[in-house]
Design a protein. Sequence first.
Length: 327
Amino acid sequence: MARFVKPSTLSLLLLGFLLDGCATANKNTTTDANTAAATNASANTNASADKTIMESAANTAGPVASTSPGAPVDSVSSADIDRASDNDRKEVQESFNGPVFKNAAPPATYPAYSKEDPWEPMNRAVFSFNESVDDYVFRPIAEGYKWIMPDPLQVAVGNVFSNLNDIPITINNLLQFKFNNALTSSTRLLLNSTFGLAGIVDLASDVGFEKHDEDFGQTLGYHGVASGPYVVLPFLGPSSTRDAGGRVLDMATDPVFVGSFFVAPFIGPVVGGSRAADARAGLLKSEKTLDEAALDKYEFMRDAYLQRRRNLVHDGNPPKIEEDEDI
């Protein structure tokens, strides 16, 4: 006897096969639709990018004449498109190029000029001016003075001016309460002015009275006035703000300057010019050594001046730099 499957069971199997086929068809249809959508989006993106590149190339290169007849005048070649694309990429990269700072922040301050020489650009300009004036005026005069004057006469002239300089030196020793040095300077002035024939012969040095070097800039430093920034004065050369102020007081006690008001008008300039020529002639020997040794003449003279002034203010025993007062 033949077996028959119950209708209910057969119906369930047919329904299962039918549902499975529908699910597979829907899955394939969905996958194809998603793939098509992605392809269309990519195509739209590429088309937009190509359009942007072509527009950039057209704006950059301008109308390009075609070599083939009948070609449009404003057509853009593939080389222009490639070049425009490279430029666009380069601009995008350069837009992110810049200074890289630690923690993505710029430094609070940038290096400045040294505290001793904050006016260096201006000082270098004045220094160059002084060098030019010296090359064309002072040095030729000093060389002519040295060529005309015999050595013994040059020594005599230098001794006379040195003897006159003992007057302001004595005054500054008194202002600094260096009474022993003031006594020495006044004794030198007395001996050389009398037995030394008005200072022509430096008799005081021969008998043991040492010459000191004092001025009002040192006096101000002795009483606690800071040196201040380094400054180069026109015609006068290296100085500082403190020493520049002291020069005014030095002139008030300079016998040559003060005496020029009590003599004939031409005597003061002649005596002052002779003193300047004698002082410049005394530097001719060391000038060659300076030019050969200094890589930067300005920096060398600045450091030498500041160091010398510190030694003079502290009588050859300056404190350590970190212990100095702020400039």
